[in-house]
Design a protein. Structure first.
Length: 232
């Protein structure tokens, strides 16, 4: 882990882009904010709860578009994670983020601090709208955060929404990865021993289902256990 952190800190991009931007997107309650907390805990060497999270909730806890950057005692890492309001399946009104807002965030059209409106996407006249985003304003990777219970996504209308965003990212040349959360609730073997995470047949099958449903290679799908049950 120390070697990996050292490599990431030394990573150089280009003069035009000072940091890589990751957009974290997924269903309401999938654990997006908890995932950001978990990543920050890894990079800063301690459990960290800065991004407020409510995993399993039916309402999105994230209302404001904001970024999270990581640093240890020595220096900052050259990347930032952007948290966006959770999405809901088609037919669920006034709860989730507008699909167009996600696409606008990918393109770099939204400034940090924008308050999401689940009924209306951001307008070009909004003060938080960027008309001519630079390469450094755009997202450089799309991170899907989905629940380990694959049926809640694959067997719902939400899958269509996910794929609209995924196809847009693909056309823009933006790579995508999937974090499959709450694996401890999906498989009892993993709940008893996290080392079984890649030995679990159920976890492997769910990864394959997500790969087929989202068009993302299995080697870009990562089962994770967040710190949502842990204390500071």
């Amino acid at each position: 882990q120390d070697a990996m952190l050292k490599t990431l800190k030394a990573f150089k991009i280009c003069n035009e882009v000072k940091e890589l931007r990751y957009l974290v997107y997924g269903p309401v309650g999938a654990g997006k904010s908890s995932t950001i907390n978990t990543i920050r805990s890894i990079f800063e060497g301690r459990q960290f709860v800065n991004c407020l999270a409510a995993p399993g909730s039916t309402l999105s806890h994230t209302l404001c578009y904001e970024s999270f950057r990581f640093a240890n005692e020595e220096e900052a890492f050259p990347f930032a994670f952007y948290d966006i309001m959770g999405a809901e399946a088609k037919g669920v009104e006034n709860k989730g983020v507008q699909t167009q807002d996600v696409i606008s965030a990918l393109k770099g059209n939204i400034k940090e601090g924008y308050m999401f409106n689940p009924t209306t996407p951001v307008s070009e006249k909004n003060k938080y709208y960027i008309n001519n985003p630079s390469l450094s304003d755009q997202m450089h990777c799309l991170v899907f955060v989905v629940p380990g219970d694959v049926a809640t996504v694959v067997e719902s209308d939400f899958l269509k929404t996910l794929n609209i965003v995924r196809k847009t990212a693909s056309r823009m040349g933006i790579p995508q990865v999937v974090f499959m959360t709450r694996v401890d609730l999906t498989c009892s073997l993993v709940k008893n021993n996290l080392h079984n995470i890649y030995k679990s047949k159920k976890i492997r099958i769910n990864m394959q289902k997500y790969s087929h449903a989202l068009g993302v290679p299995v080697n870009c799908i990562f089962p994770v256990l967040n710190y949502h049950d842990e204390t500071h």
